[in-house]
Structures are given as C-alpha cells and as structure tokens.
Design a protein around this ligand. Sequence first.
Ligand SMILES: C[S@@+](CC[C@H](N)C(=O)[O-])C[C@H]1O[C@@H](n2cnc3c(N)ncnc32)[C@H](O)[C@@H]1O
Length: 361
Amino acid sequence: MASHPFYTTSFKGIGPLTARELHSQANIPGEGLETGSVRYYDILRFAHERSDRLGGLRTTEDVFYEIGETELTGHRADAERIQDIITAGPIEPAISCRRTLTPKSRPGRPTYRVIVQAEDAPWRSYRRERLEAAAAQAIGSRYRKWRRVDDDSQIEFWIQVIDKTALIGLRLTDRSMRHREYKVANLPGSLRPTIAAAAVLLSKPTHEDIVLDPSCGAGTLLVERALHGPHQMLYGGDIREEAVSAVRSNFGNKHKPWEIRTWDATRLPLDEGSVTRVITNPPWGRQISAGQEVTGYYKQSLMEIERVLAPWGRAVILTSEWRAMRAGLKGASRLKVDEQIKDISVLGRKADLFSLIRTDT
Ligand SMILES: C[S@@+](CC[C@H](N)C(=O)[O-])C[C@H]1O[C@@H](n2cnc3c(N)ncnc32)[C@H](O)[C@@H]1O
C-alpha cells in the first residue's frame, strides 16, 4: 500500500500526547514524526498508508493531507511558490482520503476555501491575505468547476506558516473531530474535549479503573474517560448544582456505572483508597467557591485526593496554579510527580498536566 503524507493539529502543548496516541492507534513510531507549532497549535507530520486509522484520534483538532511545503523568503515571489505547489500537488489522493474520514459531499459543484494561519512577522513584506488569494486562484485554475466560498465549504485548503516554511494541506476531518456530539449542556470554562482526551491518555487507563473528578464542571473529563474504554465506576461532583445537572444531562443513559453528586472537593464523601484514577481540572480564580482561596483549596483537595486514591493509583491534574500546586503537594507527600506536560494552551492561558502516582509509603 502506498504511503501518504499526513499531519495533525493539536492544541499547543498537547503534541507529545498526540504522538503517543498516533503510536497506539496507528502504530506510528515517535521517530517517524516531525514536529512544529503555529499559533495555538502543535503540528505532527508523518507518512502512513491508511487514512481511516486517523479518524478515531481524540487528542487532535484536525487531520490534514499534506499537499506540499515551501520555504518562504518574505517577498512577493512566495505567492508564486504556493501556486506552483497547488498546481502540481497531490490533490486527488487527498480528496479520496477525505472521503474515508468525512461523510459524502453534497451534490453539485464542489465548493472550496483557503485558510492561512501565520503569525504577524516583520520578515514578510506582504499580508497573509496575499497567500490566500494566490492559493485560491491556483485552485480555481486547476479545478474550473469548483466554486470559491467564504464559509462552510466542502473542501478546505490550509496554509500554515511555521517559522519560514509554509505547509499546505487539505483538511480531511470536519468539526465533529474537535466538537464532540455529546456536549448537550455546556458551561462557560468547560474544557476542550481534545485536551480532556489528552489528560485521559496520560492517566494510563485500564478496564479496572474507578475514576474520580472531584471538580467536574460539565463533566468533559469523565465523558472522555468513558469514551476511551471500559471502566468499573465513574465518580464526579461539583460544588455547583448547575454543573451537576449539566453532567447528568450530558451523560443521560450512557456511560454507566456512574455517580454524580453535589459536593465539596475539599471534603469528599468517599472512602480511603476507594478510587484508582483521578482526572481533574481544578478551579481557578473566581471559580473557587466562596470562602475558599486558591492555596487553601489546593492544599485540602490534594490531601483528599491522596486519601481516596488507592496505592499506586494515578492522579492527572491540569492546572495553571503552579504555586498552589507545589504548596499543596508538600502537604500530600505520598503523591509523587511522575510526569509533567508543560505549557498547554487552555482557553488563552498556559497550564501544565501533572501526572502523580500515589506511593504507599
Ligand atoms: C475548571 S472548572 C472544571 C471544568 C470541567 N473540567 C469541564 O470540562 O467543564 C472547575 C470547577 O470546579 C468547581 N468548584 C469550585 N470550587 C469547588 C469545590 N470546593 N468543590 C468542588 N468543585 C468546586 C467549579 O464550580 C467549576 O465547575
């Protein structure tokens, strides 16, 4: 089988976990990946025979077929380089891979659009719209029956400028990869599903897991855990009743067994050593409940996590409250940091994913 050039985009910082997912889902070794980043995204490039293996990825925002790449000079000739790639690039194989990943296109003339992602850069003498116009013109000349539209097109070409290289790709996936259909009820500050899926992956899930999210908001982490694979039990709770109702409606009749309650994460109604995984995204700033402050919350909730977690269980915590986290860990000395994935872009803030192991000494 011939190999095709693909790349994925994930939120910045999530790339290393997408690399693990590509390994487990599609047997793509870490050495086979080329990495880069643009704006808020990590990009992983690789060659693979089968596009159908890529549709089930959960930590990625999108998957692309690589049409080509070119070095940019910053001068107007860059537009012609992009046009040359589009004129000769592998667009037909890209479209046939797209058919395996997204539902059949609507009948009629195919529509297309071009999206350019590039940081403002002093070395460029032109605006990014110039690349967009040049690419659109080349596509229009190659496929005379296609119609250019501004929005909601069947075919999307993306130009991502990484340092001084332009990567040109055809998007294989649609919005359902990043926005999951389970999100019936949403809450402000709710975690992006792909980041939640990355946290789940870091928890090294097993079929025997009894999982807890002590401050679960709309329950994104618990749903992503349920969708990853079988579990023994899911426990979740939040201090706000509104959040608890949102989780219950997101769960409906699915993901059983589960128990979602209104509670205070600093005083959990759970027995010592009763869970094997904690996956959570604790509150920050004004999300901390009245009467608590961030250091106190972390101290007490980490002591609770240490108490309810069984020996050798794992806790994965996504936080940007590094100081409070460090202070909290001093008071929960049986929780040891096993791994830390740094600088993840979460709703415009930087956060780290901590993977902790509950030692039994
Ligand atoms: C960052 S949000 C969690 C978002 C969640 N992962 C989602 O995807 O919707 C933090 C949550 O902690 C909750 N919270 C604040 N103080 C709490 C407390 N003492 N006990 C339990 N939950 C608390 C807030 O109500 C908020 O829903």
